[in-house]
Design a protein around this ligand. Structure first.
Ligand code: ASP
Length: 478
C-alpha cells in the first residue's frame, strides 16, 4: 500500500486544466475579499496581485512541485519559501493578508490532520494492544514505556536547568520586567479569511463520533478494548479484523491529507514568520539561545546516544526516516497533529514494530513531552532571574518535579506550555505577569520544542521495539 509520506507523482497533462481553473476562481475570490472595500485607493491592484500570488502558491504546491520532488523535499521547499514569503510580506506591511488569507491553507491542513487523530489513536491502540496479545507482556511493556518516558523527560529537564543556571540569561535584564508582550490574536480581526478559518472550516471538518473527547479518555478505553480483544482469543478475531481494516482506511485518509502538506506547511510557516516578532528574539536572544541549546543537546542525546545504543538504529537512518514528521511538527507546533505522520515514519520509514508504534506513539504524543518539560523549566528559572528571585536548590527541585509532572498532562497543541508555566510559577512563587516576558518568542520556541517532543516519542518506540526482541530497521522502506 502507498504510504502517507510517499505520495506518488501527481497526474500530468490536461487533467490539470479543471484544477487550475478552480484555483483561479478561488484565488480571485480570496484576493478580492482581501482587498475589500473595492472603493479604497489601490484596491483593484491589491486584489490582483494577491489573487495572482494565491494562484501561484496553489499551482506550485499542488500541481508543479508534486511532479518533480518527493514529499519530504516538497515540504522542505514549502518551509523555506513560506518563511521567506512571510518575512517579506510582513516587512511590506501585509501581515493581515498572510494570517487571514494565506493562513486558510494552513488551517485547512491542520483541521484535516486533526480529523483523523482521535479515530487513529483509538484504532491504532486497539490494534497495537491486541497485536501484542499476552496481558503480562503488555503490562511489562507499559512499565518499560512509562519508565523510558519518565527518565528521558527528567534528563531533558536536568539539561535545561543546568544550562539556564550556567548561562543565567535573565540576570541583569531589569528592563524586561516592565515589558508586557502579547501575541496578536486572530480573534482581533474580522473578515472573510478569518471567518473561513475560525467558523466555516471547523464547522464542517470535525471527527463526527468523538469530537469532544479528550485523548486520555480515548486512550484508556482503547487500551481496555485492545486487551479484552486479546483476552477473548478466537471470539475477538472478527472485531480485530475490522479494526485492522479501519486502520488501513485511516492511513488512506492521511495519504490524501498529506497531498496538502506542502501548501499547508507553506501557509503555516508564512504565518508563523510574519507573526514572529523578530524584535523580541533580539531582546530575548540570550534566553532563546539557552532554550535552543538545551533542545539541541536533548535532541542529540535522543538521536546520537539513545537510538544507536538502546535501539541499535543508526542516527542517519533515524534522521532520514523521521524527516517528514520533523517538518510537520516544526510547522504545525503540534505533536498531536503530527501523530499520523510520526506513526508512518517510525513504523514504515525507520522500521520500528507497527504494534508497538500503534500503542506507544498515541500515548507518547499525549503524555511524553521532553522538549516542553525542558522549555518550561528554562522559562521559569529565566523569569525568576529577571525578577531577581533567588529560587535556590529547593526551588530547582520543585521546578524539576513540577515540569516533569505537568508535561504529562499537556495536550500536544500549539502554545500548550503557556498554561503549564502558570502552574510552575504559582508553585515556585514567581509573579504570573512574568509570563508576558516570554510570550513574544513562544511561537518560535514552540516550533522547536515540538520537534523534540516528537523525537522523544519516536526514539522511545525504537528502544521498546528492540527491547521486545523485534528487529528495528529491517524491512523499512523510505
Ligand atoms: N506544542 C507542543 C506540542 O504539541 C506543546 C507545547 O510545548 O506547547 O508538543
Amino acid at each position: 500500500m502507498t504510504s502517507p509520506t510517499d505520495t506518488p507523482p501527481a497526474p500530468r497533462g490536461p487533467r490539470n486544466a479543471p484544477l487550475l481553473i478552480a484555483f483561479a476562481i478561488m484565488a480571485a475570490g480570496l484576493g478580492a475579499a482581501s482587498a475589500w472595500p473595492v472603493n479604497a485607493p489601490g484596491a483593484l491592484a491589491g486584489a490582483m496581485w494577491r489573487a495572482g500570488l494565491l494562484f501561484a502558491v496553489m499551482a506550485v504546491f499542488l500541481v508543479v512541485l508534486p511532479r518533480h520532488a518527493r514529499l519530504p523535499m516538497q515540504i522542505f521547499i514549502a518551509m523555506v519559501s513560506g518563511g521567506a514569503a512571510g518575512w517579506l510580506l510582513a516587512r511590506l506591511g501585509h501581515e493581515g493578508f498572510v494570517s487571514d488569507y494565506i493562513g486558510v491553507f494552513g488551517a485547512l491542513f491542520i483541521l484535516l490532520l486533526k480529523v483523523v487523530i482521535i479515530p487513529l489513536v483509538f484504532v491504532s491502540i486497539v490494534c497495537g494492544v491486541a497485536g501484542i496479545g499476552d496481558p503480562r507482556k503488555l503490562g511489562a511493556l507499559t512499565v518499560k514505556m512509562l519508565g523510558y518516558y519518565l527518565v528521558t523527560t527528567a534528563v531533558a529537564v536536568i539539561i535545561g536547568l543546568g544550562l539556564v543556571t550556567a548561562i543565567r540569561p535573565g540576570v541583569g535584564q531589569d528592563a524586561l520586567r516592565d515589558q508586557t508582550l502579547h501575541a496578536d490574536s486572530i480573534e482581533a480581526s474580522q473578515n472573510l479569511g478569518v471567518m473561513i478559518q475560525r467558523d466555516l472550516l471547523p464547522a464542517v471538518i470535525q471527527n463526527p463520533i468523538m469530537a469532544e473527547q479528550r485523548p486520555l479518555v480515548v486512550i484508556f478505553f482503547a487500551l481496555l478494548l485492545g486487551a479484552a480483544l486479546a483476552a477473548v482469543g478466537k471470539d475477538g478475531e472478527a472485531a480485530l479484523r475490522t479494526f485492522k481494516s479501519l486502520d488501513r482506511a485511516l492511513i488512506t485518509i492521511i495519504l490524501w491529507v498529506m497531498a496538502l502538506a506542502p501548501i499547508g506547511v507553506f501557509a503555516l510557516m508564512a504565518r508563523a514568520i510574519s507573526e514572529l516578532g523578530l524584535q523580541y528574539i533580539f531582546t530575548l536572544a540570550k534566553y532563546c539561545f539557552t532554550v535552543l541549546s538545551g533542545l539541541i543537546a536533548h535532541f542529540c542525546v535522543l538521536v546520537f546516544i539513545i537510538c544507536p545504543l538502546f535501539a541499535r538504529v543508526s542516527p542517519m537512518r533515524f534522521l532520514r526516516g523521521m524527516t517528514p514528521a520533523f517538518e510537520v511538527a516544526f510547522s504545525t507546533s503540534s505533536s498531536a497533529a503530527t501523530l499520523p505522520v510520526s506513526i508512518d515514519c517510525a513504523a514504515r520509514r525507520v522500521g520500528a514494530n507497527r504494534n508497538i508504534c500503534g500503542f506507544m506513539l498515541p500515548v507518547g504524543a499525549t503524555i511524553n513531552m521532553d522538549g516542553t518539560a525542558l522549555y518550561v523549566a528554562v522559562a521559569s528559572v529565566f523569569v525568576a532571574q529577571v525578577y531577581g528571585i533567588q529560587i535556590g536548590l529547593w526551588g530547582d527541585l520543585m521546578i524539576f518535579l513540577t515540569a516533569v509532572m505537568v508535561s504529562i498532562g499537556t495536550a500536544g497543541i500549539p502554545g500548550a506550555s503557556i498554561g503549564l508555566m502558570s502552574i510552575i510559577f504559582t508553585t515556585v512563587g514567581i509573579p504570573l505577569e512574568g509570563l508576558g516576558i516570554v510570550l513574544g518568542v513562544d511561537r518560535f520556541l514552540d516550533m522547536c520544542r515540538t520537534v523534540v517532543n516528537v523525537t522523544g516519542d519516536c526514539a522511545g518506540a525504537m528502544v521498546i521495539s528492540r527491547s521486545e526482541g523485534f528487529p528495528v530497521g529491517e524491512g523499512a522502506s523510505e
